[in-house]
Design a protein around this ligand. Structure first.
Ligand SMILES: Cc1cc2nc3c(=O)[nH]c(=O)nc-3n(C[C@H](O)[C@H](O)[C@H](O)COP(=O)(O)OP(=O)(O)OC[C@H]3O[C@@H](n4cnc5c(N)ncnc54)[C@H](O)[C@@H]3O)c2cc1C
Length: 594
């Protein structure tokens, strides 16, 4: 195939970096059955992407914008892997500067700033405060590094001077596209005035700005839906796994219908994150690229902690020298995370020791705040897809990313491009870099740059209060919905809220009995337009209902009723779906609604 051939019509506008950019926005509009039937009729695809987390989604969007016929599949739901498990920070990783990862951090700061511009509906500035207990600790390592010596044994604590060096660099990286204020220091007196509960050893705080993300799972889905909307031949299937390979054929498994689907890709992109080596085994390209570490989080009901956070993230040290976070997320305090080596990412759960550890660490930050297990609304856990390498501790393993290319073999007659490593924040850059390699392979040229393309409901998002009110007034006029309701929809869906609102008023609608901030048709919109194939897709990834502790047994039954009617489930099937959902929520999230 000629990689540059354009199969679809996209709206092009010129862009400052010299490339054209396209603007598309869409729901997950392609019909699953039709897509599977098309693949049965014509199994040839230029690029098969295995794994629909944020990195697979990013490459999928690149391919769609360049007109490639690309197929992305995930063995579970879109964004069901590590993409659903970050600390919800959009950041470059200040602490990676300690390990000399300047390039990674500078790229992360750039991408963070682009995300604040392109996804204003889901990504927001996050003031971040670091309390410190010493002035000079850790500086010896910085000085040794500056004069070209090895940093020596790492100090367990970072003092004011060391933090200041890092923050100055962090600010410098943001200089050419500054979106947020520079860092500042606060004296001990002022720090205690604002947060009287801080550990008494605190001698001051430093505050800088990063970002936080409200709905990472939805944003990932939007990247995929924008790609599908941009190109007729870009197709996405959740609940389809890459099972095995024979010659030029990859056998996929439809995990819903239970049938196999054979495809003939010219190239496979392995975007299976922490599962890359497992997927490469199935693809006939065995590898040892990943050494994953598990990280867990707790979402709490704790007003005292929320008050102490005071709208900021607290970034603090643990007694064992690690850096952990506590931040407000959708009105609840979120704390995390751990960093523990795991062999099989499927086994990752937030276990009892991790809960004790995270609660214990918080005691060193805010000794007087009462935190106990009864306050846990949910837990979530994911595996960092770190590149296999030796490092003294898991915290020191590199967070950078690269594309590994495995050439065709006799038994697997296509190359595999594996996306190794990577954080959430630089997904656009990683996708672009992988795409450059694909363009080289297909001898095609870059035509589109994604740097300034808004994602999903971030397109035309009203940024000022005035614009927001005008947007709400305009949609209120066409739909008759009141301003409060539209404001809620705008927060949940960005400007896609207009489509949701229009769908809601196109039929008889009522508030949910057990969660009146949602309506029946809003839920129906997600089930019909966002490929909800199981209840956990709705409860964990299209909404944050389960993680925020809002799910009751009655609400589950009410939502299941809506889902079962649309999916035409028999009573038996609905009961099995209910059991599946409660099992997943209990096993993986400490949410018990049975
Ligand atoms: C505890 C923790 C905290 C983090 N915090 C942050 C943060 O605050 N900010 C940040 O920027 N980054 C953070 N990260 C990193 C970030 O979340 C990940 O690097 C990123 O989400 C990885 O995305 P991915 O697309 O590569 O992998 P994934 O999201 O895991 O996607 C891989 C997908 O492949 C699918 N798959 C596997 N095998 C197959 C198969 N055979 N067939 C089909 N599909 C398959 C899986 O189902 C999965 O959905 C954190 C990570 C962890 C673990």
């Amino acid at each position: 195939m000629n990689g540059g051939e354009i199969f679809c019509t996209v709206y092009r506008v010129s862009h400052s970096c010299g490339h054209e950019r396209t603007e598309t926005i869409g729901t997950l509009g392609k019909n699953r059955e039709e897509t599977i039937a098309q693949l049965r009729e014509n199994p040839d695809v230029s690029v098969l992407i295995v794994g629909a987390g944020i990195n697979g989604a990013s490459v999928f969007r690149e391919l769609a914008l360049h007109g490639f016929d690309a197929l992305i599949v995930d063995r579970g739901d879109f964004a069901c892997g590590t993409t659903a498990a970050p600390s919800r920070m959009i950041h470059a990783g200040l602490r990676y500067l300690e390990f000399g990862e300047k390039k990674l951090v500078s790229e992360g700061v750039h991408e963070r700033n682009l995300l604040l511009q392109n996804c204003p509906h889901y990504i927001f500035p996050l003031p971040t405060t670091i309390p410190y207990q010493s002035k000079f600790e850790g500086m010896m390592g910085v000085i040794r590094k500056t004069i070209g010596l090895s940093p020596g044994k790492r100090s367990k604590r970072r003092g004011k001077c060391m933090i200041g060096v890092g923050l100055r660099m962090y600010d410098q990286f943001a200089e050419h596209n500054r979106q947020m204020p520079k860092h500042y220091f606060t004296s001990q007196t002022e720090a205690f005035e604002r947060r009287p509960g801080l550990h008494p050893d605190t001698i001051g705080t430093a505050t800088y700005y990063d970002g936080w993300i409200s709905y990472p799972e939805r944003l990932c889905m939007e990247v995929i839906s924008d790609a599908e909307a941009a190109c007729d031949t870009a197709r996405a299937l959740n609940y389809v796994s890459a099972k095995s390979t024979r010659g030029d054929t990859v056998t996929l498994r439809d995990e819903i219908g239970g049938q196999d689907i054979e495809v003939r890709p010219k190239v496979v992109v392995n975007a299976a994150g922490a599962w890359i080596d497992f997927a490469n085994e199935n693809l006939g390209h065995p590898s040892k690229l990943i050494s994953g570490t598990k990280g867990a989080h707790l979402v709490l009901e704790n007003d005292e902690l929320m008050k102490a956070l005071d709208g900021e993230m607290l970034f603090y040290e643990t007694p064992d020298g690690r850096a952990v976070v506590a931040l407000p997320w959708l009105g609840k305090p979120l704390i995390g995370s751990t960093d523990i080596h795991v062999d099989n990412p499927d086994d990752a759960r937030c276990d009892e020791e991790e809960i004790d550890y995270m609660i214990g660490c918080l005691k060193h930050l805010l000794p007087d705040v009462t935190v106990d297990r009864s306050q846990i609304l949910s837990t979530f856990s994911g595996v960092r897809p770190l590149m296999a390498a030796s490092a003294e501790t898991t915290g020191q393993m590199s967070r950078s990313h690269f594309t590994d290319i495995s050439e065709p073999t006799e038994t697997a007659n296509f190359p595999v491009f594996s996306l190794v490593g990577g954080k959430w924040t630089p997904f656009r850059a990683f996708g672009e870099q992988a795409m450059d390699k694909l363009l080289e392979h297909f001898e095609a040229e870059r035509k589109v740059c994604t740097e300034s393309i808004p994602v999903g409901g971030g397109k035309d998002f009203p940024r000022t209060d005035l614009d927001r009110n005008q947007w709400i007034d305009a949609v209120a006029q066409t739909t008759g919905l009141d301003a409060n309701r539209l404001d809620t929809l705008l927060v949940r869906y960005g400007t896609v809220a207009r489509q949701v609102a229009e769908f809601c008023v196109a039929g008889e609608d009522t508030l949910l009995n057990n969660h009146p901030s949602y309506t029946r048709r809003e839920i129906e919109y997600m089930i019909r337009n966002e490929r909800v194939l199981h209840m956990d897709d709705l409860l964990l990834r299209r909404t944050a209902i389960a993680l925020l502790g809002e799910l009751t047994s009655e609400l589950l039954d009410e939502l299941l009723g809506i889902f079962a009617a649309i999916a035409q489930l028999s009573d038996e099937q609905a009961a099995a779906e209910r059991k599946r959902t409660t099992d997943i929520l209990r096993d993986r999230h400490h949410v018990d609604v049975s």
